[in-house]
Design a protein around this ligand. Structure first.
Ligand code: AMP
Length: 542
């Protein structure tokens, strides 16, 4: 039997149209480099996004051409998010924290034709300019400084639009955007998002048991718009009509807290490092900011320690722990306590919220161990493998033959986890970060999260170091909070009641800072290199 439904493509255009017509007066606020606040709304955003689309077509953009952005989170970046795909182009967000050589590699590999860059990021772009072949570079004047010779003005481009724009015939299978993985090894790999993938991801992301976003919300995405489309949040906010608040380049705890208070933010999102900083600021100055009760903070990118979830709860702030990756657009799991578990004790509920959570609708997830799919016993570890409508099936023009897909079509995430009988996924490690001592696995993530629950510890990373007898043993690298003190023995004693004896790290080293990737993840490979020849205490006399 044939169905009787319309063949209506799932594209971004209805989101743009809807926001422009239904939420025209809803505010979009952006913090500028000089810290002033720029105020606009979805009505103006709609007009300007379409003006950008019109002018991209007029300067010769062809379907599928890549337009790169080198920008902070602000209203003009939002215009690019919609204006570039609306013209039939592909939005390619560049990670401004990468080394110039990597940015140049990515621009060339993607074949970007045009670039839109914040004026404050021109010094960075200058470092790659000679290494890339792009046709035109449009500069967004955030500071009002004159546009240097050799560059075009973004505002002058938009000013030429006359409004005679009609959308091209965009299909749901068209490429909408691309983003390169921030992996710590090998060349960055490009992931290309389709219109359909982004639409389905956006719809699911807003569900109450996912991130629960709505028109009543004021959303501040701290997660950069150059990192997996800021977890899809700019699309989600535009679709449902949430007020948007952008932090611009000011990501320190005090600036963010100030913006939360001023703009009555109800939901925000970012990596644990950001929230650890905010937690410290709140602990130092309790009651210093009048925040919206029940402020939700989506935390992902790295594991959210249970202690962090607890700390925020004391301030009536609610962490929503989520897991995903660039190849997954990015959302894979969200941690919500199921209704049938609401009778559990507070401690048990905190433990559930510290897991990575339950797979989103349409994310098929399995944990594959050495002997096949692991039982849902919360103990047996294996690699998380996924498939679904917003999960990559390949990389863009891969340089090395990809090894990330199974023969039966699942994506191998490289994350190691257990899964409970209730379906909660708990990440214990990245495959390459596993510690295997005497043939037994030790979860570095569990040890780190426990250490970060100690009042003197700001951050902790646990790595494996070579050991004659046990092959590998865990070593804890700890950064203490400013003015705090703690000894090695104090920290190890703090861990002892929580873990089996063989899990306790053999030693603790105190370091200034944990090396991090451009998206805030611990770079354990760098730490492992640094401590490769570290002599553990019991081996010192051998
Ligand atoms: P990226 O592609 O840069 O977003 O990085 C994805 C990787 O970040 C995942 O494969 C995980 O290793 C890690 N990650 C993301 N979210 C979490 C989380 N909630 N807990 C632990 N690791 C996470």
């Amino acid at each position: 039997m044939n169905h009787t439904m319309m063949d209506y493509p799932l594209t971004l255009l209805p989101m743009l149209e809807r926001a422009g017509h239904l939420f025209a007066k809803t505010e979009i606020v952006a913090r500028m480099p000089d810290k002033s606040l720029h105020r606009t709304n979805y009505g103006e955003f709609y007009r300007r996004a379409r003006a950008l689309a019109e002018m991209l077509q007029k300067i010769g953009l062809q379907r599928g051409d890549r337009v790169a952005t080198l920008m902070w989170n602000h209203h003009v970046h939002l215009e690019a998010y919609f204006g570039i795909p609306a013209a039939g182009g592909v939005l390619h967000t560049l990670n401004l924290r990468l080394a110039p050589a990597d940015i140049a590699f990515i621009i060339n590999h993607a074949g970007d034709r045009f670039v839109i860059v914040d004026d404050v990021l021109l010094p960075l772009f200058e470092k790659v300019r000679d290494q890339v072949k792009v046709e035109k570079v449009y500069v967004v004047p955030l500071t009002g400084a004159p546009i240097p010779a050799g560059y075009e003005s973004y505002e002058a481009l938009l000013a030429e639009a006359i409004g005679d724009f009609t959308y091209p015939d965009i299909q749901e299978t068209d490429a909408l955007g691309m983003c390169y993985t921030s992996g710590t090894t090998g060349k960055p790999k490009g992931v290309v998002y389709s219109e359909r993938a982004v639409v389905l991801h956006t719809l699911t992301e807003c569900l109450p048991d996912s991130l629960d976003l709505g028109q009543r919300d004021t959303l501040l995405p701290v997660v950069p718009m150059f990192h997996v489309n800021a977890w899809g949040l700019p699309f989600a906010a535009t679709m449902v009509g949430s007020k948007l608040v952008f932090p611009g380049p000011h990501l320190d705890a005090a600036s963010l807290l100030d913006l939360f208070e001023r703009e009555h933010v109800t939901v925000s999102a970012g990596v644990p490092t950001i929230w650890l900083g905010i937690a410290q600021a709140l602990e130092k100055n309790p009651g210093g900011w009048k925040l919206k009760p029940g402020l939700r903070m989506v935390v992902g990118g790295s594991a959210a320690p249970e202690s962090l979830i607890r700390t925020f709860q004391k301030h009536d702030m609610h962490i929503i722990h989520a897991w995903g990756m660039t190849e997954m657009t990015p959302l894979g799991t969200v941690s919500r306590v199921k209704h049938n578990l609401s009778h559990l004790s507070e401690d048990e509920q905190f433990a559930i919220r510290a897991t990575q959570g339950l797979p989103s609708p349409y994310v098929d997830l399995r944990v594959m161990g050495a002997d096949g799919v692991v039982p849902n016993d919360g103990k047996t570890i294996g690699e998380i493998q996924v498939r679904g409508p917003w999960i990559a099936a390949s990389y863009y023009d891969p340089i090395e033959p990809p090894t990330n897909w199974t023969d039966d079509g699942w994506f191998k995430t490289g994350d190691v986890a257990t899964i409970t009988d209730e379906g909660y996924v708990k990440i214990t490690d990245r495959i390459k970060d596993l510690v295997k001592s005497g043939g037994e696995w030790i979860s570095s993530v569990d040890l780190e999260n426990a250490l970060m629950g100690h009042p003197a510890v700001a951050e902790a990373a646990v790595i494996s170091v070579p050991h004659q007898k046990w092959t590998e043993r865990p070593l804890a690298a700890v950064v203490l909070k400013p003015d705090a003190t703690a000894t090695r023995d104090e920290l190890l004693d703090f861990l002892r009641p929580k873990f089996a004896k063989f899990w306790i790290p053999d030693d603790v080293v105190f370091i200034e800072a944990i090396p991090k990737t451009s998206t805030g993840k611990f770079m354990k490979a760098t730490l492992r290199e640094r401590f490769h020849d570290y002599v553990l205490p019991e081996m010192q006399n051998q």
